[in-house]
Design a protein around this ligand. Structure first.
Ligand code: NDP
Length: 244
């Protein structure tokens, strides 16, 4: 029997892309999933679809940049299913641009969602997991946590930060499992909000070698299904034809 079965798994950024695919796969494998994002209409259809297939799922609006909101999201998961075994800190934004364009509000948004969002998720689950002496924190970083590309300085910086936070968390907490998921280019809505024309064109070029989000969902499922004494520290998954 898969060790995904029966686990309560909270997933942020589940209204599209990787988060949505992960929620569907984990629920199909027997997890009780609690999905969060800002677009609640999308979350509702996701939950309806999972429940129609016989799975267990609940949704709640969450803005990961808001610490109290994330705490309430995790409290909601506990109220619905009794505990949180795994959190997948997946929500992210990627408004790429050259630094000289000084899109400082977009820099702030990436820092707030990609870094603070992950920290807020960690803070919301750590006390319960430490008290129990078990739990898994899965942080979605990126290939951008390993390489930097023009227009990606701030985005990659946020993903380097996710990598560092996850590694430090792992070293300090031998009772917990901490997993970094670093995807290559995935065909999702990420970057739809890019406001710089050159960056948009750059991403369109990258997307020529992209795979679908279920590839990342399978990587997350692999990390979650391992026995308690196995912590998959990081998985880097690229499309086979990708250079980056
Ligand atoms: P999507 O744009 O499809 O999904 C992003 C998700 O994040 C959405 O569900 C969105 O929901 C949510 N989100 C954004 N801002 C917030 C917020 N403030 N609070 C809560 N949720 C928020 O992109 P992906 O599925 O591709 O991205 C998922 C993760 O994967 C991100 O961390 C991204 O950086 C990472 N990644 C993606 C790659 C790719 O090529 N696609 C490559 C490497 C990493 P809503 O707008 O409804 O709030």
């Amino acid at each position: 029997m898969s060790s995904i079965e029966g686990k309560v798994i909270a997933i942020t950024g589940a209204s599209s892309g990787i988060g949505e695919a992960t929620a569907k796969l984990l629920a199909a494998r027997g997890a009780k999933v609690v999905v969060g994002a800002r677009r609640t209409d999308r979350l509702k259809s996701l939950v309806d679809g999972i429940v129609a297939e016989g799975g267990a799922a609940k949704a709640r609006a969450v803005d990961v940049a808001n610490r109290q909101d994330v705490r309430s999201f995790i409290d909601f998961a506990r109220a619905e299913f009794g505990r949180v075994d795994v959190i997948v800190n997946n929500a992210g934004v990627m408004p790429l641009s050259p630094m000289a364009e000084l899109k400082v509000d977009e820099w702030d948004r990436m820092i707030d969602v990609n870094i603070r969002g992950v920290l807020n998720g960690v803070a919301a689950v750590l006390p319960e997991m430490k008290a129990r002496g078990s739990g898994q924190i899965v942080n979605v970083a990126s290939i951008g946590a390993h390489v930097v590309v023009p227009t990606g300085a701030v985005y990659c910086a946020t993903k380097y930060a996710v990598w560092a936070i996850s590694e430090g968390l792992r070293q300090e907490n031998p009772d917990l499992r901490v997993t970094i998921i670093s995807p290559g280019v995935v065909a999702t809505e990420l970057g739809d909000d890019i406001s710089d024309a050159n960056a948009k064109e750059f991403l369109t070029g990258l997307r020529k070698a992209a795979f679908t989000p279920d590839a990342i969902a399978r990587a997350i499922a692999y990390a979650v299904e391992q026995p308690d004494d196995v912590d998959v520290n990081e998985i880097i998954v690229r499309p086979t034809t990708s250079q980056f």
